[in-house]
Design a protein around this ligand. Structure first.
Ligand code: GDP
Ligand code: MG
Length: 196
């Protein structure tokens, strides 16, 4: 079964959206195997988010796309944009308490990303967490020289998930139990009629 990591960022916690957001993961059938509240330090967030050239450049490219789609020219070098984003992101993620979850289920990484919605809340579809709960946008955040306040972090791939779960949880802070309805979600046998 696949595992993923979610972090409700300080704006989600301070707006009282913790329960609302966790409910979405529970109702889709994902199992909470770990949960904790913490107030991260800047140093922690530096290590939590990647620093590779590849990741920084991809963040910069995404920013350029968001600007161009709004008809705003973005002449910045994507790597430099990525470095700037990382610095403001570290400030944002450490400005208050966060709630972290480790979730487990089939295709957990992709399902969570689908429920979370696009990085730019302006592009996030209604029905997604970023689409439903914030009027934020990348262009607006950039104009205000701060990170895009998009409420939530979710692992983007298997490597991120592994790193992030290990970052937040010790082995004995992750729990194995049977979720109600688990057979209905995953077993082939649950519909078999008993012989009478
Ligand atoms: P995510 O996986 O959807 O969270 O997006 P990324 O991993 O690409 O970026 C990490 C976080 O940095 C995002 O969730 C935003 O909070 C912030 N961020 C990303 N791109 C930008 C940007 O272009 N401008 C600003 N101001 N913040 C950004
Ligand atoms: Mg990401």
């Amino acid at each position: 079964m696949e595992r993923t990591c979610v972090m409700l960022k300080p704006d989600a916690v301070q707006r009282g959206l913790t329960g609302e957001i966790i409910t979405r993961f529970e109702r889709v059938g994902l199992k909470i195997i770990g949960v904790k509240m913490a107030w991260p330090t800047k140093e922690q967030m530096e290590k939590f988010y990647p620093s590779t050239k590849e990741w920084l450049t991809s963040v910069g490219e995404k920013a350029r796309k968001s600007h161009e789609e709004k008809g705003v020219q973005d002449k910045r070098d994507p790597l430099e944009t990525g470095k700037w984003v990382k610095s403001v992101l570290v400030e944002y993620a450490s400005c208050g308490p966060v709630v972290v979850l480790a979730l487990e289920g089939n295709s957990a990484i992709e399902i969570v990303r689908k429920l979370v919605g696009s990085t730019d809340p302006l592009k996030a579809q209604p029905g997604t967490i970023r689409g439903d709960f914030t009027p934020e946008s990348i262009v607006f955040a950039d104009a205000n020289q701060r990170a895009t306040r998009n409420l939530i972090h979710a692992s983007g791939n298997k490597e991120e998930a592994k790193h992030e779960i290990k970052f937040w949880f010790k082995e004995n802070e992750l729990f194995d139990y049977k979720l109600g309805g688990e057979e209905i979600l995953y077993s082939n046998n649950w519909t078999k009629r008993k012989k009478t």
